[in-house]
Design a protein around this ligand. Structure first.
Ligand code: DHK
Length: 158
């Protein structure tokens, strides 16, 4: 199919403990469930004229496998890697390995929290990072990534 008729597809990845959203420390992470976040993102994606596919796992290996698989079909990723953000060289290597741009997102402002959350192993290679806006971090991350991809596309075409 001609490039201009293809619908961009974005992979949304949620890391460990994000399945607990809604009841997990709501004063930090809010009251929205992961299912509600994914539904919100699907609605935003429709407005943007793109498609999202979402996946959550508590297992680092499952996230790696999904990045390898979806790296073949999606234009980029929005990822909240949860605690793996601060620890996982393997996730960084998978994301850079499949060569797809990604935006890192966090519900909470990680820089206003414990020092061990200040460091992200994913951030240095991310297109951008959004933190601290609750579910809006995902929405802004998705919008930012789609704009970034479209700008890159227009630069290639120009
Ligand atoms: C989510 C987590 O699970 C934490 O481990 C991160 C992130 C922060 C968030 O704010 O979405 O440190």
């Amino acid at each position: 199919m001609a490039k201009e008729f293809e619908t961009l597809e974005i992979g949304v990845l949620h890391g460990p403990n994000l399945n607990l959203l809604g009841r997990r420390e709501p004063e930090i992470y809010g009251r929205m469930t992961l299912e509600a976040i994914d539904m919100r993102l699907a609605a935003v994606a429709e407005q943007l004229g793109v498609r999202v596919r979402s996946f959550q796992s508590n297992s680092e290996g499952a996230l790696l496998d999904r990045i390898h698989e979806w790296g073949q079909v999606v234009a980029g990723f929005v990822i909240n890697a949860g605690a793996y953000t601060h620890t996982s060289i393997a996730l960084l290597d998978a994301l850079t390995g499949v060569g797809r741009p990604y935006v890192e997102v966090h519900l909470s402002n990680v820089h206003a929290r414990e020092e061990f959350r200040h460091r992200s192993l994913l951030a240095p290679r991310a297109v951008g990072l959004v933190a601290g806006f609750g579910v809006e971090s995902y929405v802004l991350g998705l919008e930012g990534l789609v704009r970034w991809l479209r700008r890159r596309e227009s630069e290639i075409v120009d």
